[in-house]
Design a protein around this ligand. Structure first.
Ligand code: SAM
Length: 325
């Protein structure tokens, strides 16, 4: 479905909602070891408030919702929110991005509540390195979560790997191989320089490296019109996607999304600092029409592109975990 058009003719039909800024992991590129100051509970949108925003967004033609965080599965009773959103008229797809550590525990409830799809973030297949990158996690829990999601009928489960030079770039081929027998759908994400650009690996370099396994044949997206460009290795069941926010010239021209932060700010661009406050109007009993006009204001203020390319690194006012990656 076509969403509202922004000033550059892009149809904005996708809203990513961060349901919490809390996370049980402390990934190197995302959070410092001690975590970041937490948004107080009273500032975080309630499920009813999120649902009200989704209703207004759906009336404008926004039909895809993704729940993220922080770690969305640590927010209490997430299936309740999933059920509420999945019943909103006009919502065609409701998905979840998770670190996978609690997936096995909740997967059946998530399915029953009406979740359509799951993406799991996983940056290494080695237990020691997993602990190094996440500082707190156990690889086994994530692998079990991925299997449980497949068994529960979530298909495809996409695996998102952020590639970091000198940290996990030695595992690129191991991830690519998982698309053969295991049928994984792997997406390599370029590291966005919130912290350290020295570890950046471009997608061109990744593609050259993966070509050691065979030719990467372009293929259609397995689902939706997300940010990745997809390929398949001959004979592989799964696909390989590249998400190139830094090096792909047309990345922003294909952008169809906005983000809602846990404290109710609508962010037209992940890497821009503009935010439109929805929480205050929500708590002042704004009408659906008022919310719709604020959402449209965010749509029309969406910038043409971000400003990270060409080494032009700008500090952002929030950490990734506080925006919702
Ligand atoms: N906890 C959930 C998870 O791990 O998927 C959702 C939140 S996490 C912030 C969402 C995604 O953002 C993850 O795939 C993570 O790898 C990615 N991410 C965080 N910081 C990033 C960065 N600096 N560059 C690229 N991706 C990043």
């Amino acid at each position: 479905m076509t969403g509202p058009l922004d000033s550059f003719g892009r149809s904005i039909n996708y809203l990513r909602i961060s349901v919490t800024d809390r996370c049980n992991l402390r990934c190197l590129y995302c959070m410092p070891p001690e975590g970041v100051p937490q948004i107080s509970h009273g500032e975080i949108l309630s499920y009813e408030e999120i649902w009200t925003v989704v209703q207004a967004a759906a009336e404008l033609g926004i039909c895809k919702i993704r729940l993220t965080g922080g770690e969305p599965l640590i927010r209490a009773d997430l299936p309740k929110l999933i059920k509420m959103i999945s019943q909103v008229e006009g919502i065609e797809e409701l998905s979840l991005t998770t670190n996978g550590t609690f997936l096995k525990k909740y997967v059946q409830e998530l399915k029953q509540a009406g979740l359509s799809r799951v993406n799991v973030s996983l940056d290494t297949l080695k237990p020691d390195k997993f602990r190094y990158i996440t500082r707190l996690g156990e690889l086994k829990t994530v692998l079990e979560g991925i299997e449980a999601a497949k068994e529960a009928g979530f298909e495809p489960v996409k695996i998102n790997m952020v590639v970091m030079r000198g940290i996990n770039d030695d595992e690129i081929l191991d991830f690519a191989r998982m698309t053969y027998e295991d049928g994984w759908h792997v997406r390599f994400i370029e590291l966005m320089p919130f912290k350290n650009v020295a570890e950046f690996v471009s997608s061109i370099e990744l593609q050259q490296h993966i070509s050691l396994l065979g030719k990467l044949e372009p293929c259609a997206s397995i689902t939706g019109n997300g940010p990745a460009i997809y390929y398949r290795l001959a004979g592989a069941r799964g696909t390989i996607g590249f998400i190139n926010p830094l090096t792909e010239h047309s990345f922003c021209s294909r952008c169809n999304r906005m983000r809602l932060t846990p404290d109710g700010k609508l962010r037209p661009c992940l890497l821009g600092e503009d935010e439109i406050d929805l929480k205050t109007p929500l708590r002042n009993n704004a009408s659906v029409e008022e919310l719709k006009s604020l959402i449209l204001k965010a749509v029309t203020s969406k910038p043409e592109h971000h400003h990270l390319e060409g080494g032009n690194v700008r500090l952002v006012n929030r950490k990734m975990s506080q925006i919702g990656g």
